[in-house]
Design a protein around this ligand. Structure first.
Ligand SMILES: NC(=O)c1ccc[n+]([C@@H]2O[C@H](COP(=O)([O-])OP(=O)(O)OC[C@H]3O[C@@H](n4cnc5c(N)ncnc54)[C@H](OP(=O)(O)O)[C@@H]3O)[C@@H](O)[C@H]2O)c1
Length: 323
């Protein structure tokens, strides 16, 4: 099974990772504990060894707890990434807090929830506007030196100066930005910076929160609890334009006899500089479709047809969001 290296560490991961936000059950609908546990097991069975979670995935660490239950017996085979610096208020509002004392406390709590001795890859989830990045980096460097974490990453950085300030204090092994066929802003500056600094790039939203899996119909009836309606791409003109784009991908997937999620994920992990796609799932069939992308090779014809469809669709402007 193909494995890719995280930065310059001894950690090697599958190019498709399981994104463990949906199983936290906060914005995804129809999440059950039984399905969540089965999805993690299905990911393992499909050759995935890389699991991405965070301190704030679940109001009380539900995602980390579920992962710990399934993965503890497989500890030697898997790479677990989690994140610090975002939590919840008692009335369930997200807050950013990347002060060193918070990072130290959240790390200990995550270790306990996961039931492991060291976190393989520990990200600063997002910069805290009230704390200099170098100060947060200092806390992560301490955790690295203490052996509580094996590698450090960053997420939701938007300026090269943030990467530089962090990297000067604590070596960055991985970056976690959002990226998919229609949201490719990282390609101008951030991706080249990572490539030139041996920093792996693990991308979130490869399926654009499920849109690019092509299973949401044009007249999809949204549940009020479904968190996706707050993103502009899921409403109005953007909604229709993206459906038109997906219709251009369908014949390419049909040629390969594969589901769209597999085609889209294969495209993502074959992009230069992308180490892994973090594919969110809440049911086994979803992660199985994404995992199949590790065996799917796209041809030059596929890639040029996809490029043309992307150009015709145009970029989707992102509304930055952190989950
Ligand atoms: N660092 C950060 O700030 C940040 C932010 C966001 C995400 N992340 C990470 O990146 C991961 C991926 O992001 P995401 O989970 O939000 O989005 P995603 O991977 O783009 O989409 C996941 C959603 O797509 C749908 N889906 C997945 N496979 C499918 C399939 N085969 N067929 C149909 N639908 C399918 C499911 O939603 P439905 O079944 O509900 O339609 C699933 O919840 C997260 O889980 C998390 O680990 C990190």
């Amino acid at each position: 099974m193909t494995r890719r290296r995280i930065g310059q560490t001894n950690l090697w991961v599958s190019p498709v990772a399981m994104g463990c936000w949906p199983i936290a059950g906060i914005t995804s609908i129809g999440v059950t504990e039984e399905n969540s546990l089965a999805t993690i097991r299905a990911a393992l069975d499909a050759g995935i060894n890389f699991f991405d979670t965070a301190y704030c995935y679940g109001y009380d660490g539900e995602s980390e707890k579920l992962i710990g239950r399934v993965l503890r017996p497989h500890r030697e085979e898997v790479v677990i990434a989690t994140k610090c610096g975002i939590g919840w208020t008692p009335d369930q509002k997200q807050w950013k807090d990347a002060r060193p004392e918070t990072i130290r406390r959240q790390c200990d709590e995550s270790l306990q929830r996961l039931g492991i001795d060291a976190i393989d890859l520990y990200y600063l989830h997002a910069p805290d506007p009230n704390v200099p990045v170098a100060e947060s980096a200092g806390a992560l460097k301490e955790l690295l030196d203490a052996g509580k974490v094996r590698a450090v990453g960053v997420s939701n950085f938007h300026q090269i100066s943030q990467y530089e300030s962090f990297h000067a204090v604590c070596p960055i092994s991985a970056d976690q930005p959002h990226f998919n066929m229609l949201q490719r802003e990282i390609e101008t500056e951030r991706l080249p910076w990572c490539q030139s600094h041996h920093v792996s790039v693990m991308v979130y939203w490869p399926l654009m929160k499920g849109f690019l899996a092509g299973k949401l119909s044009r007249d999809h009836a949204w549940s009020p609890k479904d968190g996706r309606q707050k993103y502009p791409v899921f409403v109005g003109d953007q909604w229709n334009k993206t459906h038109d784009f997906i219709d251009r991908l369908r014949p390419i997937a049909a040629r390969h006899h594969c589901p769209l999620a597999e085609l889209v994920t294969a495209w993502t992990i074959q992009r230069p500089g992308i180490t892994a796609a973090l594919c969110g799932a809440k049911r086994p069939d979803q992660i199985q479709e994404s995992a199949q992308a590790m065996n799917r090779c796209l041809t030059a014809t596929d890639l040029s047809e996809i490029d043309q469809a992307i150009r015709d669709r145009g970029e989707v402007l992102s509304r930055a969001a952190v989950t």
